[in-house]
Write a protein that binds this ligand. Sequence first.
Ligand SMILES: Nc1ncnc2c1ncn2[C@@H]1O[C@H](COP(=O)(O)OP(=O)(O)OP(=O)(O)O)[C@@H](O)[C@H]1O
Ligand SMILES: [Mg+2]
Length: 348
Amino acid sequence: MGAIQRFVSGDQASYERRFEQVIGNSPALESVLDQVERVAPTSSTVLILGETGTGKELIAHAIHNLSARCGRPFVRLNCAAIPLDLLESELFGHEKGAFTGAIAQKIGRFELADKGTLFLDEVGDIPPALQPKLLRVLQEQEFERLGSTRTHQVDVRLVAATNRNLTEMANRGEFRSDLYYRLNVFPITLPPLRERREDIPALVAHFVEIYGRRMSRQIEHIAPGTMAALVSYPWPGNIRELQNLIERAVILSDDGVLPNPLPSVATLDTSTSPAATTLKGSERILILNTLESVGWVIGGPKGAAAKLDLKRTTLIHKMQKLGISRSSHQRSPGTTRSGSQEQLSQLQ
Ligand SMILES: Nc1ncnc2c1ncn2[C@@H]1O[C@H](COP(=O)(O)OP(=O)(O)OP(=O)(O)O)[C@@H](O)[C@H]1O
Ligand SMILES: [Mg+2]
């Protein structure tokens, strides 16, 4: 049972709605959602860490939506996307005439987020010159607009995110350690998709549903081989990459069948499976994936031997040599882990 259901008391419908976009129930994701549920109702600063495309922004929204601030603004600022000289005024605002080009007064994001949540994305990219000012507003909840001496008080909950290693940056002196400690009150690390492959089938179904509806294309079938390939791919771009690939596959689909959007060499998970870096290991994975994709049928025109362009007896011989048998590799009934994942964990 998922973390969401476990913690439901009272208003179940609205509770689930606030998490509606977060798909998956792997133990790794559930542990993240447990942390989200714990920290959301407080006003503590949250630091969301994780590789690109792991859902940091989605989780930042979930924290806001589950907090008492949810009726108040959620203001986002990407620190990496704003030129250095504009970032300060984006954060704190400026008075008319504060600098050349300041033709009108501007309200900064901290003021806009008053009583709400400020999401500082790519916080690792905040330039050293601005770091003391950010530390001050986090500690004192007060700041001045550029060109003004008047101090403004705000009540802002900060959620920050980065895919950079802030600990190392602080150790190397590239990020102020006092600011790092202030941001690191409640860190939440999002696991990469390759560490929670159990969630891939549900994510695939979710994005197939979304893009199918958006493009008025009904997808009725995903071949087991396609799903096995999607589950074993290493996903360096995580959920965003999966989402984009499914969008492409839906565009390319015919007759209600989802085509395999992965290039054929990519379906072998060479980055995470040491066994696949040897010829024997690659052969083993290829044979296992093929057998799985055809339901372990060896002979006949639709069998694994034909797909691999091997004689039936040759395939059987190779399987014996590599110790591949259906009983040791097929998934047991009732398990939610995919066969491919079992293959991988057995190979690692
Ligand atoms: N668990 C999930 N369920 C459904 N969709 C998800 C999930 N996690 C991420 N997504 C989707 O994947 C995409 C990427 O997520 P998001 O933008 O939150 O990632 P990110 O960690 O902020 O990436 P980056 O570091 O590149 O900014 C979004 O469209 C988001 O809705
Ligand atoms: Mg992001």
